[in-house]
Design a protein around this ligand. Structure first.
Ligand SMILES: Nc1ncnc2c1ncn2[C@@H]1O[C@H](COP(=O)(O)OP(=O)(O)OP(=O)(O)O)[C@@H](O)[C@H]1O
Ligand SMILES: [Mg+2]
Length: 295
């Protein structure tokens, strides 16, 4: 029973401490008159500056659940409206909620986590033994990893262009709130690349954008790690990378180059099948490894 009383060390990430709290019992009198909850902005870790103008940060805002965008292997993505009641201040957000491990496919964890430094053996043991605390830690860590990766890539994109990811709005426990990519009026999400049948110049343009994004990632030593036509959205002709919790440090992870090569191989096959002439996966992999400083 000692485990129950364990406390976090002071240098534990804030987010993980938060996960340890007892579930909050909500007093119905404390719910907003409209919407499903008060905005959680105040208690969450915030996304990077400069913040987009559309973002609603007012504490008087409420969140309204508009439904599920997609249930996935590891998380469910919900559509949320955050707005200040009786005003025009409103925005749509995608809420990606990670499930605890028993509700998701977890076979990839070991390989991806190689080369990532996890400091304390106590947390490692809890995760390995799948205690309740360990399970929440794992889900929280994936949310944390995705928020960190999106923050880094969003900043890279604003500074250098060449890579687009949804703006990471906030992180709270196992939930990451993201810029909703899609039609703000209908609430329809942008299509995944896999749903499209581009040809000719459009196909070539999407390929060019994807290669530019991969080059930029490689320059900072990263590979997506689970790249496929399902993890790329296309919005108004623009390629947007999503689903980044497993982003791979190509240099520190001994399997980094293999993950990078697999990313290239998967997307190249898709573009070849759509009729793009001559994309060469070997050459692209070599270029990206060189950009990452590996050969
Ligand atoms: N920011 C966003 N804006 C709009 N739609 C989104 C956004 N993020 C995710 N989605 C939708 O939710 C789906 C699942 O997102 P994501 O790939 O990040 O989660 P996942 O749990 O890994 O899902 P899967 O197992 O299907 O890969 C996406 O394919 C996309 O349709
Ligand atoms: Mg996905």
């Amino acid at each position: 029973m000692r485990r129950k009383n364990r406390r976090f060390d002071d240098d534990d990430p804030y987010i993980l401490k938060r996960d340890r709290r007892a579930p909050v019992v909500v007093d119905p009198d404390e719910l907003p008159e409209t919407g499903d909850r008060w905005s959680t902005w105040d208690e969450a870790e915030h996304g990077p500056h400069p913040r987009p103008d559309w973002l609603v940060t007012e504490l008087a805002a409420v969140d309204t659940e508009l439904g599920i965008l997609k249930t996935g292997k590891e998380a469910d993505v919900h559509l949320l409206r955050r707005g200040v009641p009786d005003t025009e201040r409103t925005c749509l957000l995608a809420a990606k909620r990670y499930r605890e491990p028993e509700h998701r496919l977890f076979h990839r964890d070991a390989g991806y986590l190689e080369g990532r430094r996890v400091r304390r053996s106590r947390e490692n043991r809890a995760m390995a033994n799948r205690t309740g605390f360990g399970r929440q830690m794992i889900a929280g860590q994936w949310a944390f990893a995705e928020f960190a990766a999106l923050t880094r890539l969003w900043q890279l994109g604003t500074q250098h262009g060449g890579v687009r990811v949804p703006y990471p709005v906030q992180l709270l426990g196992t939930e990451v709130l993201l810029e909703f990519v899609g039609d703000a009026d209908s609430g329809e999400a942008a299509p995944r690349l896999a749903q499209l049948r581009p040809a000719g110049a459009e196909l070539a343009d999407l390929w060019r954008q994807l290669v530019d994004a991969l080059v930029l990632l490689a320059r900072v030593g990263l590979a997506h790690g689970d790249l496929s036509a399902f993890n790329v959205l296309v919005h108004k002709g623009e390629v947007i990378l999503i689903d980044l919790p497993q982003v791979v440090d190509v240099v520190a992870n001994p399997r980094g180059p293999a993950f990078l090569a697999r990313d290239v191989s998967v997307v190249t096959k898709w573009f070849v099948a759509r009729g793009l002439p001559d994309p060469d996966p070997g050459k692209l992999t070599a270029l990206l490894l060189a950009e990452a400083g590996l050969c």
